[in-house]
Structures are given as structure tokens and as C-alpha cells.
Write a protein that binds this ligand. Structure first.
Ligand SMILES: *Cc1c(COP(=O)(O)O)cnc(C)c1O
Length: 347
């Protein structure tokens, strides 16, 4: 890995961050707070929240077997994705490399920040070659994006190739594990100490059933986490979200039950799906969704919309011609989808 100073934009490396009232006084023994121009009425939301969300990070660190200092929390993992561009990529100069197809936000953030986005097509098994990805990098490549299980393809990327990338690439590897809870593959968080150039993204939005509170996580070396903390909005995770995040962590047993149920439902739904006349291929999945090739994706998508059922049409995505992406729902929802699709050929 190149030294972090070389990977960071000079203006960010030299930045003196905004210091909020809650940064300057961190103690808890005081009882009179007249430092932040808050209104003394309407407790508890009258107070600014903890800018670094320490309570939540301590609880998370316990569950994820890491240290609170290795965690960044943001307004969804989308915030972390945007921040790595702003911290490390000089607009109009630097570039990033990513597998294709993958999660659309990487390219959107690249475009917003005027950073060249280099795509390397997956093979027909939706896997990648580390050598090919590294061949697409140059001296200005700061970030390399991997997503495992990948969205929209649903499969885990090969661990040996992921390791080859982390070991072989001189910049930062952003490994998006948004769907890791649904996979048998262990998270790379366990390996974080081995890899100073690794940034792992996870989220409260999928297995943790909390998309509405907007809470995402990044796990990385303390040096990288400190850079992200330096440039984030001072109070990027609001009080209500911090509280609700804590509540879901206290119900971790519930998350484990949901995940187990959804994996069972995935198996049933994929088996039923494969038998449908309109379905040509169901791709293997390690996530809470799967990709299926159908006879006519747009026609079937529109038919389902008319029946009040919304799936994702991925027809226009690389390697996904005539593919629909199906999220696994409840048994009742999944059955409704299957029964509705059985009616399609009769129209
Ligand atoms: C859904 C998803 C996310 C989650 O984004 P949030 O901003 O945390 O809701 C991140 N990465 C991938 C690949 C996703 O599919």
C-alpha cells in the first residue's frame, strides 16, 4: 500500500476540521450546558447528538469483534461511499476501478465528484479476475470497489481473488458487504488488522431491517476512520437514529431469526421460480434477493406492476439482459408473486 498521506487529497490531509461544542467538552459530569446555543426546553431532542456516536460504536464493536475506533457511522453506507471519493480522489485527476455490473452508487458518487470511473466486466459466472482488475489501475487509481455478495448479481465474489486484490493493489480497496449476513462467507472484518488498505462497508438497511433510519457502517484502520471523521458533517447521525440503532442491536437475536427465515424463503422461492414457464434461468444467490433471466423482462415487469407487485427490472444492466432482480419477502408475498407469474402466459 502507498503511504496514506500519498493516497489522501492534500487539502484533506492538511484540513483542520470544524470543532463543535460537543467536540470541545466531552465529559459527562457537568449538569448545566450553556455551550451550544441549544434551547433548554423540549428534552431530549433539544440537545445535539454525540458527533462520534460512541455508545452505538461500543455496542457494535462488541457484536462485530472489532474496536470502536475502527468504525465510522454515517447516513447510510451511501455517506461512506461519497466520503471516500471526497477524501481520496482529486477531481479531474484521480480515478477509481470497479467491477461491472455492481451497485450503482459507486458510479453516481464518482460522477458527482468528477472522478473517472473505470469498469471491468465480470465473467459469465459473475466472477472477476484480480489480475484484470489490477491491470485497469494506474498511478492515479485511488480506490477499487468490490461488492460481495454483489448487487445485482447476488453471488459472493471468490475470496481468493478478493485477497489477491487487497494484497496486490497499492490504493484502498472498498469492499461492500451490505448483504454479508445472508452469505455463508465470513466477513472480512475478521481480517481487518492484516489489511491497512481495506475499507469494509456494512449497513443497517438490509438484514438489520432498518433502512428507514439511514445508518451505515465503515470498518477500517483508525488512520482511515480519522480521515472520514474529519470531513463528515459534525452531526451526521441524528439522535433518533442513534437510539433506534441501539435498540435494534439489543434485539440481535431477532436479526438472526429474520436472516434464517429469509434464507429458507429464498430457497423455496428460487425453486418455485425456476419452474415457471416465463423463467429461463435463476442465478445462484448468497443475498436476500436473486437474479432471474426471463423471456421478456420489460413485459413481465410491467405486468407485475399492473398486479401491484414491484420487482427490479435489470434488463439494461451489463450481463443482465432480460433479467429481473427479486427481493425475498414474506411467505405470503413470495407466493403471491409466484401465483401471479403463473397467470402470465394466459394473457
Ligand atoms: C442496499 C445497499 C447498500 C445500502 O446502502 P444504505 O445507504 O446503507 O442504505 C449498500 N451497498 C449495496 C451494494 C447495497 O445494495
Amino acid at each position: 500500500m502507498k503511504p496514506l498521506e500519498e493516497l489522501t487529497r492534500p487539502n484533506i490531509w492538511n484540513l483542520k476540521p470544524y470543532s463543535s461544542a460537543r467536540d470541545e467538552y466531552k465529559g459527562i459530569t457537568a449538569s448545566v450546558f450553556l455551550d451550544a446555543n441549544e434551547n433548554p426546553y423540549n428534552a431530549p431532542t433539544n440537545r445535539y447528538p454525540d458527533p462520534l456516536q460512541w455508545d452505538l460504536k461500543h455496542e457494535l464493536a462488541r457484536i462485530k469483534k472489532t474496536q470502536p475506533e475502527n468504525i465510522f457511522l454515517g447516513n447510510g453506507s451511501d455517506e461512506a461511499i461519497d466520503l471516500v471519493f471526497r477524501a481520496f480522489c482529486e477531481p479531474g485527476v484521480d480515478n477509481v476501478v470497479a467491477i461491472d455490473p455492481t451497485y450503482g452508487m459507486y458510479q453516481v458518487c464518482a460522477d458527482v465528484n468528477n472522478v473517472e470511473y473505470r469498469k471491468v466486466l465480470l465473467n459469465n459466472d459473475f466472477q472477476f479476475s484480480a489480475d484484470e482488475l489490477i491491470a485497469a489501475t494506474d498511478n492515479h487509481t485511488k480506490l477499487l470497489f468490490l461488492c460481495s455478495p454483489n448487487n445485482p448479481t447476488g453471488n459472493d465474489l471468490l475470496r481468493s481473488e478478493i485477497e489477491k486484490i487487497i494484497n496486490g493493489f497499492e490504493g484502498l480497496v472498498i469492499l461492500d458487504e451490505a448483504y454479508n449476513d445472508f452469505s455463508k462467507a465470513p466477513s472480512f472484518i475478521e481480517e481487518l488488522d492484516k489489511y491497512p488498505n481495506l475499507v469494509i462497508l456494512q449497513t443497517f438497511s438490509k438484514a438489520w431491517a432498518s433502512a428507514g433510519i439511514r445508518l451505515g457502517m465503515a470498518f477500517a484502520s483508525t488512520d482511515i476512520i480519522n480521515i472520514l471523521n474529519k470531513i463528515k458533517y459534525p452531526y451526521n447521525v441524528n439522535q433518533l437514529t442513534q437510539q433506534q440503532g441501539m435498540e435494534i442491536l439489543h434485539k440481535y437475536y431477532e436479526i438472526e431469526r429474520w436472516v434464517k427465515t429469509l434464507i429458507e424463503e429464498r430457497k423455496t422461492l428460487m425453486k418455485d421460480f425456476a419452474k415457471l414457464k416465463v423463467v429461463e434461468k435463476v442465478y445462484p444467490s448468497d443475498a436476500n434477493f436473486f437474479l432471474a433471466k426471463v423471456t421478456d423482462a420489460s413485459k413481465i415487469y410491467n405486468y407485475l406492476v399492473g398486479e401491484g407487485i414491484i420487482v427490479r427490472n435489470r434488463n439494461n444492466i451489463a450481463l443482465c439482459g432480460n433479467c429481473l432482480r427479486i427481493t425475498v419477502g414474506t411467505r405470503v408475498e413470495n407466493n403471491k408473486l409466484i401465483e401471479t407469474l403463473k397467470q402470465f402466459h394466459m394473457l
